[in-house]
Ligand binder design. Sequence first.
Ligand code: WTA
Length: 651
Amino acid sequence: MPARKGTTSAGGIDTLMTEKRKFKPSTKFTAQANGKKSLYTTANKDYVKFWEDMASELVWKKKWREGLKWKAPDAKWFVGGKLNVTESCLDRHIHNGRKNKAALIWEGEPGSHRTLTYFELYRQVNKFANVLKMLGIKKGDRVAIYLPMIPELMVSTLACARIGAIHSVVFGGFSPESLRDRINDLGAKLLITADGGYRRGQIVPLKHDADVALHDCPTVEDVVIVKRGDFLLRFKEGRDHWFHRLMQEADAYCPPVYVDAEHPLFVLYTSGTTGKPKGIVHTTGGYLTGVYATTKYVFDLKEDDVFWCTADVGWVTGHSYLVYGPTANGATQVMYEGAPDWPDQDRFWEIVEDYGVSVFYTAPTAIRAFMKWGKHWPGRHDLSSLRLLGTVGEPINPEAWMWYHEVIGNKRCPIVDTWWQTETGHIMITPLPGVTATKPGSATLPFPGIEMKILDDDGKEVKNGGGYLAITRPWPGMLRGIWGDRKRFVETYWSKWDGIYFPGDGAKVDSEKYLWVLGRVDDVINTAGHRISTMEVESALVEHEAVVEAAVVGVPHELKGEALAVFVTLAGDLELDQKLRARLKDFVARKIGAIARPEQLIFAPDLPKTRSGKIMRRLLKDIATGKVLGDTTTLADPDVLYQIKAHYEED
Ligand code: WTA
């Protein structure tokens, strides 16, 4: 059993096992659903063949010889196959009747709109692929992308894929230092950024931040800048280029570069338990097959659906269910640049109404915010176009699930609670709408072809009760490694049990085999649906001159699921007054990004440690959540804990 089972998650999760409500699919939905019960049986008979069938629905230059070659922890899917993903995502739609179909309906935060048909998107991607070539980018080169949520973000990723270059998108909310570390870890040759972006009416100075990062990025030779507004910037002749100028000169067709099914498509960084973010490597054939199939069956997409995944492309959800999955399915989708509460708290519902969004995919943290803002906001809009709702990113508490079901879905729309990770590439646990009965708070069952179990520390299966989530057979979108760090790849994911993938989550399984994910069991905090490593924040803090030592724990938060509480030991006899608190919070936000800004700062004269010097975060968490202190017998000096507690209670 995980040591901190049930304590790492959002409010309500502890009581999940008493949740008895169950929602059967309506016959009307079932009658039209893409998913059928038989998918499970077919996939179970021969899961490799199941994925091969899915892959056959994509465009291949050369068919694979072997579906899967598996020697844990290394998987090769569609061995010998050659393809270019953009042929499945773009070219084929130009010839199959979708040429003039809207691929992307984009809305900027200040209110501008742009619609790109498949043909227009195809042209843009081809042109930009030629720009990349002109700048000397070749197959296998790394390209960093630091853009707001604008169509050029989609164009950039697909253009990289067109020529076999490996993209790495860095979320626009990350700090210059985070950008710099990612660029250097990858050795990126090119950076694509914008003069700025809009967020809550403010301008995010992306190019300015990129310039700060680039002081220390020796591998970057060129910078392409998308002009989003009229934002001031410093232009470095020779290195910096305007996107629109380069596009004017570019040819409208770029032949696709065919790559091996196992050629890396992108690297995306995510937080792990040690300080440095991990560059998760995804490859071409398997990843595309996984995102294509899950998009088709989980989101049940039909020709006239309008799909909206609200995630930023800086996170994996945006990669899989904005860039690759929907385009591989020839779907129409919405992309929105800004915040859900700008200018008012009904912006999302206004967008749903304006474009007739039918399938909507968001995060529990957003749903909890909508709940807090009140149902009169969605009540102002006609949401009758919605027919299917989804969530991802963290456990959803049954209360939020019910609100989503009643207020947004008007009790008509199935909800797909989807569990997956940056590392898994695509959805792994989910209901199949029209097939699976749902239970609020449970992501239900593994997707067809996926096998997952709850195991204990010894790898023994738990048939009813709690333990660790485990993925017990390979899947096409699985990560192929951590960029440049084989050892860490093996240690993090493959060393808990033999040949079985360990995602780092605790979960329970009930008598109907439904899975209930409880949250992380490692030192990763899931705040607002985003993973932050406690170590990363701690190492940032100790760089501040006032801080000697820091320990970060996750505490339940009404909206974010979890928030960061930080215990700090200060230099000399400094006092943790309001000014220093604010300075330290800003410092972390500047070093890592606003998503890592601590909620609470707690003074600790010393940190509770074991005799071997390990910080006992579990006990600090008890203090920060007001719980009775757990077992303190392994502490070198239990007194420390009572001193911290006294300070905490004084505050
Ligand atoms: C958590 C996001 C419960 C989980 C796609 C996982 C979830 C981490 C769910 C991955 C869900 C994601 N129910 N927990 N439906 N979806 N998680 O890499 O802890 O940003 O390990 O990928 O989010 O976060 P990541």
